[in-house]
Design a protein around this ligand. Structure first.
Ligand SMILES: NC(=O)c1ccc[n+]([C@@H]2O[C@H](COP(=O)([O-])OP(=O)(O)OC[C@H]3O[C@@H](n4cnc5c(N)ncnc54)[C@H](OP(=O)(O)O)[C@@H]3O)[C@@H](O)[C@H]2O)c1
Length: 201
């Protein structure tokens, strides 16, 4: 019904009387956020299908938990991102976020290729990863992912989205800590590297 009156019709068509800047701005925000979330999902899927040969399987309940958390995170990220007012939004910060996102995903992918090349004979083979940032840390692919999380926070510029990305980063840090423990048990303690942030953690 609101479309019948020029004063209440939605301001997105050629015949609309006024252009709602906030709405246009929110639309652009969605394009940038959709691009980053979609790229991240595409990267994960191509890693799973084309890069790695996994040694084990995953239970349906874990797969459902991971997929639904990812979906909820994506929707929440969209939702909050549209609440940033145009006058508070910084374009240079957004461009820095896009650059960080692309760089982080590149770091992630490069180290996934190093990991996948360790398996020459079969899926249950483990070797010490060498090259790239593996010289200093056990999980450079997680570091890459964390950099791209920071990129998403800068693209969104909403505090709650930033907090979500920090929580995902802490989750990856915990996995990196467990990975370091696992390498120590498997290959001995004389192979010393940081978990994920060189000289920090
Ligand atoms: N958004 C999030 O919250 C979130 C959470 C978790 C992970 N991720 C992302 O998902 C991606 C995969 O994470 P992940 O925890 O599955 O990585 P991962 O444990 O390092 O495993 C990746 C693949 O490499 C293999 N691999 C690892 N170390 C190896 C070694 N020393 N020798 C031979 N093969 C080895 C693994 O073998 P196995 O099959 O035997 O394990 C697996 O196939 C990462 O990019 C990560 O950042 C995102």
């Amino acid at each position: 019904m609101r479309e019948l009156s020029p004063s209440t019709q939605l301001a997105y068509s050629k015949f609309a009387l006024h252009q709602d800047a906030t709405q246009t701005f929110a639309g652009r925000r969605l394009v940038e956020i959709t691009w980053s979330q979609f790229s991240q999902l595409t990267m994960i899927l191509q890693e799973v299908f084309y890069v790695h040969r996994y040694s084990g399987s995953i239970s349906l309940s874990s797969a459902a938990l991971i997929s639904s958390s990812y979906a909820i995170f994506t929707v929440v990220t969209y939702w909050f991102s549209t609440y940033v007012a145009p006058e508070e939004y910084s374009q240079p910060q957004c461009r820095t976020g896009i650059a960080l996102f692309v760089f982080g995903e590149g770091v992630n992918l490069y180290h996934h290729f190093i990991l996948s090349n360790l398996r020459t004979t079969g899926p249950n083979q483990y070797k010490l990863p060498q090259g790239g940032l593996f010289r200093y840390i056990w999980c450079p692919h997680y570091l890459g992912e964390i950099i791209s999380f920071m990129g998403i926070a800068l693209i969104s510029q909403h505090l709650y989205v930033a907090l979500l990305q920090v929580s995902s980063s802490l989750y990856l840090c915990t996995r990196a800590y467990n990975t370091k423990k696992w390498y120590k048990e498997k290959f001995g303690s004389h192979h010393e590297r940081w978990c994920v942030f060189p000289w920090i953690f």
